[in-house]
Design a protein around this ligand. Structure first.
Ligand code: UDP
Ligand code: MG
Length: 310
């Protein structure tokens, strides 16, 4: 199994697409050597499983993993990473939006010694305005959250065995692979591709609801910044209210007739709101700490060590 390439494909109601896509993928992979294709059927209600089994009967390198229900593409990919046996694992969508012509480029980078090669969508002329805008905003937000400047890839990526094993070490109750993979480290590099149009099976399987859930997962699982922000806001309000109160009281006792009881009330109100906000922030910080602890992400991952040679 030394140089086998694994390809994992999450599929949710992709019968039309898979029947066209799998033969094309097989042709591409055959020229690269030994391979396995694992389709993770994410609780499809159409003939996705049957289509893959028909391929499997003719070609034992094509495999099917069926999940018990629809868990979402992220969970399906995790299943693929756990079951894949290749020396490297390539993940791509079933809908042919990820061009397989990029695979040789990814493999070339892998041969150069990269552990993670992530594809970045360069042109997306076929995508709707809303999809492009939401994806752009999401990327900016996530980059701010985790404090990185580098571009985040898509779920179209190659990972070496070493990186996959490292990924499989950590348990994620709410999976968000792009975050988990960028957390892994190792030698990473991008490749670029032009997004294809979704040709079969109609609309995107990522509904607005699924997209929002993913964005919230990305936020709460990879950053405590929103919590720090509440704490910061609380401190700011207390300081502001303190200054206002002191000024107003100073003016009041300095016999300034323009100061009314309402002014004093307002600044006291602001002071208490600030204290409440800060208390929320502090509570949040503790909860944040619990959530980090519960995640059990490895504190560090070893890339190479001479200790492991013998
Ligand atoms: N997918 C899945 N489970 C889901 C939603 C999507 O396995 O609940 C798969 C889908 O079949 C496709 C991939 O995830 O192979 C990406 O989905 P889609 O193409 O709908 O997303 P988009 O390209 O719009 O981001
Ligand atoms: Mg798609």
């Amino acid at each position: 199994m030394d140089s086998m390439i694994s390809v994992i494909i999450p599929a949710y109601n992709e019968q039309e697409s898979l029947s066209v896509f799998i033969p094309q993928l097989v042709a591409q992979l055959q020229s690269e050597g030994k391979y396995e294709i694992i389709v993770i059927n994410d609780g499809s209600s159409d003939r996705t499983a049957e289509v893959v089994m028909e391929f499997h009967d003719k070609n034992p390198s094509i495999h099917l993993i069926s999940l018990s229900r629809n868990f979402g593409a992220q969970a399906a990919l995790y299943a693929g990473y756990e079951k894949a046996r290749g020396a490297c694992v390539i993940s791509l969508d079933a809908d042919m939006q990820h061009p397989i012509s990029v695979i040789p480029k990814m493999l070339a980078k892998w041969h150069q010694g990269y552990d993670i090669v992530y594809a970045i969508r360069q042109k997306s002329i076929h995508l709707g305005f809303f999809k492009r805008l939401s994806s752009y905003l999401f990327h900016c937000f996530f980059k701010w959250l985790i404090g990185t400047k580098s571009d985040m890839g898509t779920d179209f990526r190659l990972m070496s065995r070493k990186a996959v094993d490292a990924l499989n070490q950590s348990f994620e109750a709410s999976p968000f692979l792009r975050g988990a993979v960028s957390y892994l480290g190792f030698r990473q590099c991008p490749v670029y591709y032009d997004e294809q149009k979704r040709q079969y099976g109609g609309a995107s399987r990522y509904t607005l609801k699924k997209m929002l859930i993913l964005a919230v997962t990305a936020m709460i699982c990879f950053s405590l910044k929103p919590l720090h922000f509440i704490t910061f806001l609380g401190i700011l309000m207390i300081v502001g209210a303190g200054i206002a109160l002191l000024t107003i009281l100073g003016l009041y006792f300095g016999d300034n007739a323009n100061i009314s009881g309402t002014d004093i009330m307002l600044s006291i109100l602001m002071l208490f709101s600030g204290i409440q906000m800060l208390s929320l922030g502090i509570l949040g910080e503790y909860i944040g700490n619990i959530s980090v602890t519960v995640r059990k992400r490895p504190l560090y991952l070893i890339s190479e060590s001479t200790l492991e040679e013998d």
